[in-house]
Design a protein around this ligand. Structure first.
Ligand code: FES
Length: 166
């Protein structure tokens, strides 16, 4: 068999019948290749599942400043974290602004919080005043780093009324 390349040179080819791949062999190799690919992708997926139980999700932990930056009476909302920070005479605490009904973000009112989605109301402490929210707003852990900065762990709830004493 012969053919002409782009420059017009003739080339001869010889089909080697021993190098031909049979349909059966092709299917067998395809199956093995697909199996290896599927196994590899499954293993990659499984490696992503385990999370270390001792290490908290760092994306939930954020700094809120030093205690001296928050005098008694400080009340501030950290919009992007959906958290309200309050310092009163007993300590500092953080309340989640995520409604316990279906997860809408509550708004601060003069008497507490109100959910725009289904009308749940919460008092200043985050306790439910009117449903359908099944429970009060979550209080989140506040702690202090060795550097003196306070941090909130939005992934760790604490009993309502728990304040970090500074
Ligand atoms: S999500 Fe807040 S009341 Fe439904």
């Amino acid at each position: 068999m012969s053919s002409t390349d782009q420059k017009g040179h003739k080339r001869d080819y010889q089909i080697d019948s021993e190098n031909k791949i049979s349909r059966r062999k092709f299917l067998k190799l395809s199956t093995i290749g697909a199996s290896i690919t599927a196994w590899t992708l499954t293993m990659i997926g499984l490696l992503k599942f385990p999370k270390p139980a001792l290490l908290p999700d760092v994306s939930n932990i954020f700094k809120i400043g030093k205690p001296e930056d928050m005098p008694v009476g400080t009340k501030k909302i950290i919009e992007d974290k959906k958290v309200r920070i309050v310092r009163d005479g007993d300590g500092i605490y953080a309340v989640s602004l995520i409604c316990t009904h279906l997860g809408c973000i509550v708004s601060k009112t003069s008497k507490g919080y109100q959910c725009p989605c289904h009308g749940s109301k919460f008092n200043e402490r985050g306790d439910v005043v009117a449903g359908p929210a099944p429970r009060g707003l979550s209080w989140l852990e506040v702690s202090q780093l060795p550097s003196g900065k306070l941090v909130v762990n939005a992934g760790k709830k604490v009993p309502a009324g728990t304040k970090y004493v500074v």
